[in-house]
Structures are given as C-alpha cells and as structure tokens.
Ligand binder design. Structure first.
Ligand code: GDP
Length: 363
C-alpha cells in the first residue's frame, strides 16, 4: 500500500483530522470498511466519481474504491532530532511513509499552543528543522563510512557518496533534501537513502470553522510558502470535519452547503495525498463489481496485473484495455468492442489513468 504520514506539532489538530478520516470511512464504506491496522494507522477510500458511472453502465452489484493509508505520527517537538519527546521513534515512523501530510495550526481558539502563539510558518520551520537535522546526522555518518570504502574501490559505496553529496550540500545550507539536484542514474540510490526531507509534502492548514471555505491570513501565508517549494496546500477545519463525519449523507450535504462547501475537506486531503504520491487509478468492471486499483504513474501492464494478484503478473500474456472515456461514450464494453476501441496491449504497455482492464494470463 501507499502511505501518508500525518505530522505536525502537538495540538495542531492531527488526531482530530485522523479521527475524522476514520469515522467517515466507518460510516460510509459498507463493502470495504475502514480498517484500523494499528491504533494510529488506517486505510481510507479514495473518492472517485468515475466508479459510479462505470458501475451504472455495467450494472455492477458492488463498488469498491481504491485505498490510501494514513498514519497519525504523534510526538514531534522541538529537539526531536536530539531524542526529545518521542524523538527517535517519531523519526523512525516517518522514514516508513511515502509522503508527508504536514498539519499546521491556522486556528486561533482557546487551545494551548506549545510555542505560545499561532504562527504556522514558524511551526512548519520547527518541524522541518528537526527533520533536516535528523537527515544531516544520519547522512554524515553514512557518507563518512562509504567514502572510506569508495577509496578502496567499492563501486556501491562510491554511488552512495555521489548520490548523497548534493543532499548534504542543500541540508548544510538549511534546505530540505528534496531540493537537491540528483543525477538521473543515481535516483534509485538516492531514494534508498530514505531521507525524511526528500519525501513529498502536503501542507494541511487547519483553520477556524468560519474560514473553512476561503481560508484565512494564516493559511494564505502557508500557501505562499508552499508555492515557493512546489508543494500543495489544502485548507480544512478539522473541527468541522469531525462534525461532518458523524452526520447522515443527506444532512451532510446540507451542513456543508451552509458553510459554502461542496464536499468534505477530507475528500480534498485524500485526493491531494494521492496526487502527491504520483499515483494513478485503473479499473476492473463487471456485473459483480466495479473496482478501482492503484499503481504508480509509469507502471507497465504486468505490474498493474500484479496489484490484483501475483499470478496475474507472473503468467501475464496481455491486457485488454478500454480507456475510460471510450467506455462511457460507447456505453460499455460491448459497444467499445464493436467500435474497435478495446485494445490488446503487451508487457511494455504503460498504464494510463482511467484504463479499464481485463488481464489474460497463464496459470
Ligand atoms: P494533535 O495534538 O495535533 O493531534 O491535536 P488534536 O487533534 O488533539 O487537537 C488539539 C486540540 O485542538 C483539541 O482540543 C481539538 O479539539 C482542538 N482543535 C483541533 N482542530 C480544531 C479546529 O479546527 N478549531 C478549533 N477551534 N479547535 C480545534
């Protein structure tokens, strides 16, 4: 699975957001309920209106959305990289995730702030500094050791040094490792370094209830910061999300509309996380079920087949493929076939977002 780690200083609304995510899932997903793997880990369905369209055309009995994993990573405080608070455990948890959802407090309110005032830019910098310090320390150790081996002619060690050097330079200049320019042929080695600050980041601005639709001055500052970093921002009110999560579907739309919203903020967080991870969706559609599946952009057909079952990948022969738009325009598989819009694709085929597949394979 693909995992987003929710991070941020204490009392910014991480747990409120996580609990709203889980409560929504428990309420909505009858077929594929939210599942709590550990107390702080949960899988959420990725909202995708295309699934409803496909299920209607095919008369599918069930709709099964694809999923994304969220982890609530508590315990970051100033000094975490030096082992303060839950420091080391916290950093270890972040190393495991594919992307970071960084929650920033943009609401005033009565709630105590660990730093004494509301300032999301300062908070973001505190968190990022801890992550950069942790990266710097772990990289320096590894590069020192590898440099010695590289002198002795060890090629792997040399590659590690070459991949890590640009990251060390930017980290020493106080910038995250994701800003490092790494040569194409060293990208795999670079990714294996599992640096905390090379992971993609989504800023979630947690604003007061009255600012949920438009954001406020704090979230505007975060958006400006994100823009300079090529990062994304989502504005939500975790307090509203917690309330919405408890409502029946009909009440939900009414409540959201009264706040000037068309959908829960959570849907935007989930979609932004999906985009952040550079994931795409393909479908399998039949009378039994219409189902969405996830692969990384750039994946080839056998890899997509393998997401469904390892046997499909091992014995892969070909994929029969219809693009989503063609499927809808032809009112389903039969129509698409008649128009010659069902293609036979081989092992090298690169999956496109929205592809509808049948896989042919040897057992
Ligand atoms: P965490 O420590 O980051 O997990 O923060 P929590 O989710 O536990 O929230 C800390 C406190 O802030 C709780 O008392 C929440 O009720 C409150 N809180 C969270 N989000 C909001 C919000 O959008 N508005 C207001 N006014 N309070 C919030």
């Amino acid at each position: 699975g693909f995992t987003c780690g929710i991070v941020g200083l204490p009392n910014v609304g991480k747990s409120t957001l996580f609990n709203a995510l889980t409560a929504t899932q428990a309420a909505e997903a009858a077929n594929y309920p939210f599942c709590t793997i550990e107390p702080n880990v949960g899988r959420v369905s990725v909202p995708d209106p295309r699934l409803d369209v496909l299920a209607k055309i095919a008369g599918s009995g069930k709709i099964i959305p694809t999923q994304l994993e969220f982890v609530d990573i508590a315990g970051l405080v100033k000094g975490a990289s030096k082992g303060e608070g839950l420091g080391n455990q916290f950093l270890g948890n972040i190393r495991q995730v594919d992307a970071i959802v960084h929650v920033l407090r943009c609401f005033e309110g009565e709630v105590t702030h660990v730093e004494g005032s509301v300032d999301p830019i300062r908070d973001a910098e505190i968190v990022e500094t801890e992550l950069m310090l942790a990266d710097l320390e772990s990289l320096e150790k590894r590069v020192d050791a590898a440099a010695k081996k590289a002198k002795g002619g060890d090629k792997e060690a040399k590659a590690l040094v070459d991949a890590a050097t640009p990251a060390l330079e930017v980290l020493r200049a106080g910038k995250p490792a994701r800003t490092a320019k790494v040569a194409k042929e060293l990208e795999t080695v670079f990714n294996q370094l599992q640096l905390l600050t090379s992971k993609p980041v989504l800023y979630v601005c947690n604003v007061d209830e009255n600012a949920a639709a438009e954001g406020n001055a704090y979230s505007a500052k975060v958006a400006a910061k994100a823009k300079t970093e090529g990062a994304e921002t989502v504005v939500i009110s975790a307090a509203i999300e917690a309330e919405v999560a408890q409502l029946e579907p009909a009440e939900k739309q009414e409540f959201l509309a009264s706040l000037g919203l068309t959908e829960p903020g959570l849907a935007r967080v989930i979609r932004a996380g999906y985009k952040l991870l550079d994931l795409i969706t393909f479908f399998t559609v039949g009378p039994k079920e219409a189902r969405a599946w996830t692969v990384h952009r750039g994946a080839r057909a056998p890899e997509a087949a393998g997401v469904i079952h390892t046997d499909f990948e091992r014995g892969f022969i070909r994929a029969e493929t219809i693009a989503y738009d063609d499927y809808v325009a032809c009112n389903g598989e039969q129509g698409a076939k008649e128009k010659g819009l069902m293609r036979a694709e081989g092992k090298e085929y690169v999956v496109k977002d929205g592809d509808i597949f049948h896989f042919r394979f040897n057992v």
